[in-house]
Design a protein around this ligand. Structure first.
Ligand code: ADP
Length: 302
């Protein structure tokens, strides 16, 4: 086996669209309600499977609940071609994110980890699957013990670890010590480095990890490594309608391109094309592009 393993979360996003978010004690009537399969781990897995030559090259390790949401969360991954053999079904509720979106697009979110909280360590089978991969993609929506377990297993087997440090929080040095490529957005980079300027933040983060990509929304991304001079990659100029999962699409496509042996600059440009396609559509997994679209858009642009 080759390819990409994602060790991460699956959440059902329960989204209420309202004119104004209710204040404490207030009840408001909303406009619309949607249930959208998400979770940063699942989003990265779907993005990578769609960007890969064959979706079966992407496997997901994590857990869904034994409820109806769990069935749908698993189905969403399977229908994108993600291998779910190592996705457990934990007795109890799936992870949920309760999201209120107001008329200005602002949101307030409550995340309840549910089944994700049961993933505290890896099984021997999980480790064997990681060992057979090129890259392990990690985020911070599972218990840190599992994230650290996964990263250490990957390091033992010479598998590249790609960490998206979201939701933003200070990280234990042991985790950074086994991270090969750190991909924070601007906000996460500022929290980790303790400084807002992305160039200075990247330099500071290189003291802890060998390679960093800081994503900068519509401004593209900044790459820095211990080996080469830093460089920026601009984002394609597009009309963004919904930036949900832009970062996850970016990481999924980046891992695919690196796994195919493309040089970093080329891989980042391809990932930027994928993320720019994502922001022009609504939703999370619904907005992620397939490989053919990414290739066609990049060829059209050059
Ligand atoms: P996150 O979604 O994790 O907050 P960013 O907002 O930095 O991360 O976006 C990740 C990547 O998605 C960016 O580096 C860029 O390539 C792409 N992207 C985000 N917003 C836009 C936009 N408005 N136009 C074009 N590309 C975008």
């Amino acid at each position: 086996m080759t390819g990409i393993v994602v060790l991460g979360s699956t959440n059902m996003d329960l989204v209420a669209y309202v004119a104004h978010a209710p204040k404490r004690g207030e009840t408001v009537t909303g406009r619309e309600f949607r249930t959208i399969p998400g979770g940063k781990g699942a989003n990265q897995a779907v993005a990578a499977a769609r960007a890969a030559r064959s979706g079966g090259d992407v496997a997901m390790i994590g857990a869904v609940g034994s409820d109806d949401f769990g069935v749908r969360l698993r189905q969403t991954l399977v229908s994108s071609g993600v291998d779910t053999e190592h996705l457990r079904t934990a007795e109890g509720p799936s992870g949920t994110a309760h999201i209120v979106v107001d008329h200005e697009g602002g949101n307030a979110i409550v995340v309840i980890p549910g089944a994700n909280g049961t993933v505290t360590s890896l099984t021997p089978g999980d480790e064997a699957r990681i060992a057979a991969a090129d890259s392990l993609l990690l985020q911070l929506e599972l218990p840190l013990t599992a994230v650290l377990d996964g990263a250490e297993a990957a390091r033992r087997h010479g598998v590249r670890t790609v960490l998206t440090p979201a939701p933003a929080q200070p990280l234990p040095p042991e985790l950074l010590a086994v991270t090969d490529l750190l991909v924070p957005n601007e906000h996460e980079a500022a929290i980790l480095a303790g400084v807002a300027d992305p160039h200075i933040a990247a330099e500071a983060l290189l003291l802890q990890v060998p390679e960093v990509v800081i994503t900068l929304g519509a401004a593209g991304c900044l790459y820095a490594s211990r080996e080469t001079e830093p460089f920026a990659v601009p984002a394609p100029r597009v009309r963004a309608v919904d930036t949900t999962a832009a970062g996850d699409t970016f990481v999924g496509a980046l891992a695919v391109a690196l796994g195919e042996g493309r040089p970093m600059q080329q891989a980042l440009t391809w990932a930027s094309t994928a993320a720019a396609l994502c922001v022009q559509r609504h939703g999370a997994s619904t907005s992620m592009p397939y490989r053919t679209e990414i290739d066609a858009t990049e060829t059209g642009a050059s």
